[in-house]
Design a protein around this ligand. Structure first.
Ligand SMILES: Cc1cc2nc3c(=O)[nH]c(=O)nc-3n(C[C@H](O)[C@H](O)[C@H](O)COP(=O)(O)OP(=O)(O)OC[C@H]3O[C@@H](n4cnc5c(N)ncnc54)[C@H](O)[C@@H]3O)c2cc1C
Ligand code: FES
Length: 279
């Protein structure tokens, strides 16, 4: 199979397990919008995986991705350096974030979700919103995109599970406090682990605060053909790749998403072991 190769112009480790790659892809960079993703195939015989664009610059003709190295393909990406080439990129895919001047927008991100959150909160700010951003990670060393998010924040809160920086506890604690203090919130946007998005949606639902979540179902083609990314929204089946990845958090069946994302765990473990053995 022949594919256009995409040159990595910059490679950086944000944490020991998170790689950030800036890749030359002028056609994608020209069309990219906040909230969209690309399908990445690192090597000719590798698998396609979806990764959100953590940034894009039509001027430089580059896009930036940040990947948490959890399995074979993301670990393979983690070995790439500036000057190396990525075998294939397809995108931009998915619906962009719906932008509007909502008013006070509280955006909440956790873990690798912080890289995905950055272009979205930047776009919310460019649309005239008052941006209240809450970021969290297990500890201070795992907080990524903190400076970037801070620059597009009107209000900014940091949380760590172990208390090494900011609030000692979860991002949801800060949101709960804001609601208890009757802070005016017109929209909540959440991106991060499924459990975090579920908790946030459960907090805002009784208060009728519109809540958007960015979902991460398993995707194969990313273009609406295979059905792998099925999610249940208000009891109806939707495709994460073409109907999302962002959905109304109050309508998502999070338990179904969690169960579906675990369905290839044995195969994923075998694939990682084989790749590690072959290196
Ligand atoms: C729209 C979207 C955007 C995403 N953006 C990012 C991002 O910016 N940064 C990031 O680190 N991760 C992102 N992810 C998750 C990322 O795609 C998976 O972590 C990656 O596919 C794991 O592949 P692997 O081979 O390294 O790990 P594996 O061992 O194969 O899988 C580890 C876990 O990742 C998930 N996963 C595996 N394959 C896929 C797949 N094809 N599609 C989706 N999830 C999968 C499963 O839950 C699995 O249990 C995104 C997912 C989606 C759907
Ligand atoms: S990934 Fe195949 S339909 Fe969405």
């Amino acid at each position: 199979m022949r594919a256009k190769m995409y040159e990595i112009v910059k490679a950086e480790k944000l944490t020991p397990d998170v790689i950030k790659l800036e890749i030359k892809a002028p056609q994608i960079a020209k069309k990219a919008k906040a909230g969209q993703f690309i399908m990445v195939t690192p090597t000719e015989h590798g698998e396609r995986i979806p990764l959100t664009m953590a940034d894009f610059s039509p001027e430089k003709g580059t896009i930036t991705i940040a990947a948490l190295e959890i399995g074979k393909t993301t670990k393979e990406l983690g070995t790439l350096k500036a000057g190396d080439k990525v075998f294939s990129l397809v995108g931009p895919l998915g619906l962009p974030t719906h932008l509007h001047n909502f008013g006070n927008v509280v955006s909440i991100g956790g873990g690798i979700g912080l890289a995905l959150m950055y272009p979205v909160v930047r776009a919310f700010r460019q649309s005239g919103n008052h941006t209240i951003n809450i970021i969290g990670a297990k500890n201070e060393k795992l907080l990524i995109y903190e400076d970037e998010i801070k620059t597009v924040s009107d209000e900014f809160y940091v949380c760590t599970d172990d208390g090494s920086k900011g609030h000692h506890g979860f991002v949801s604690d800060v949101l709960k406090k804001m609601i208890a203090e009757n802070k005016k919130i017109d929209l909540v946007y959440a991106v991060g682990p499924i459990i975090m998005m579920k908790v946030i949606a459960n907090i805002t639902k009784p208060h009728n605060i519109k809540t958007i979540v960015s979902l991460n179902p398993i995707m194969v083609d990313g273009t609406g053909m295979c059905g792998s990314c099925r999610v249940i929204i208000s009891g109806e089946t939707k495709f994460g790749c073409v109907d999302g990845p962002e959905f109304d958090g109050h309508a998502v069946d999070f338990d179904n998403l969690t169960a579906r994302n675990r369905r290839y765990m044995p195969e994923e473990a075998v694939s990682l072991k084989k790749w590690q053995g072959a290196k």
